[in-house]
Design a protein around this ligand. Structure first.
Ligand code: KIV
Length: 273
């Protein structure tokens, strides 16, 4: 079992994260939706905490990320930033918070910074969100891009399918990644694409690529914390590695507690006043 890394003095900034690629350092990103998880992941040395809109599926019980609102996201972004992590906190912009107009995109990105205390925002998409990305960057908010399998486009994609398999699609993805870099993104998430394409896009860009189901050639990796901790019930995607079985640990603990209550083993004299 590895020791928690000593807390970093000072906070990670978006330029620090972008600079990791130049220094040949890989970026470890994990999602966090609450105060204790943010603290623990930060103490362990995660450099970027992503308050993902996966909040909807892993915490709020929705089937997709589409019902997640700004109010939902702000509630959880605030919980994460209250942990005052050294890690950079990235707030994921939920469906309909940036697609209808550039004004919406700027105002909602600003809310994550002003009300939520986030350090950066993430938007899904390439060419169609480029003008919004450019404007958000211009007003001083760092932006992380997100290409490939973008879950907010689930209906249009026809399901959670690996993207960029054909040559034309792969070329388009690399072109869109370059465009996001030109618009000022400090990093870009690549989700659900062939490993070869993840590596090729990473070679093309000066900013770090953060892979999830995009192979080992990316400049960093991101996992949903509930997946990596073994809290997700049922089937998980092939790209997930489980580093713990917290679901099993929690189930056993609850069962033990129930048994102790029923047998009057809890509370003991020492646990009573
Ligand atoms: O919402 C999320 O957690 C994400 C990551 C999986 C990249 O977008």
């Amino acid at each position: 079992m590895s020791e928690p890394r000593a807390a970093r003095r000072g906070r990670w900034t978006a330029p620090d994260i972008a600079g990791m690629k130049r220094r040949g350092e890989l970026v470890a990103v994990a999602t966090a939706y609450d105060f204790p998880t943010a603290r623990l992941a930060d103490e362990a040395g995660v450099e970027v905490l992503l308050v993902g809109d996966s909040l909807g599926t892993v915490v709020l019980g929705y089937e997709t990320t589409l019902p997640v609102t700004m109010a939902d996201m702000l509630h959880h972004v605030k919980a994460v930033t209250r942990a005052r992590p050294s890690a950079l906190v990235v707030a994921d912009m939920p469906f309909l918070s940036y697609q209808a107009s550039i004004e919406d995109a700027v105002r909602n990105a600003g809310r994550f910074v002003q009300e939520g205390g986030a350090d950066a925002v993430k938007l899904e998409g390439g060419e169609r969100v480029a003008p919004a990305v450019r404007r958000i960057v211009e007003i001083g908010i760092p932006v992380m891009g997100h290409l490939g399998l973008t879950p907010q486009s689930l209906l249009a994609l026809g399901g959670y399918k690996v993207q960029g398999k054909g040559e034309a699609e792969a070329e388009r993805l690399v072109g869109e990644a370059r465009l996001l870099e030109q618009c000022g993104c400090f990093a870009v998430v690549l989700e659900g694409i062939p490993a070869r394409l993840g590596a090729a896009a990473s070679r093309e860009l000066g900013i770090p690529t953060i892979g999830i189901g995009a192979g080992p050639g990316c400049d960093g990796q991101v996992l949903v914390s509930h997946d990596l901790l073994g809290l997700t019930q049922g089937r998980v995607p092939r790209f997930v590695r489980r580093y713990a079985d917290l679901a099993g640990t929690m189930r056993d603990a609850f069962a033990h507690y129930v048994a102790d209550v029923k047998a009057r083993r809890f509370p003991s004299d020492e646990e009573s006043y």
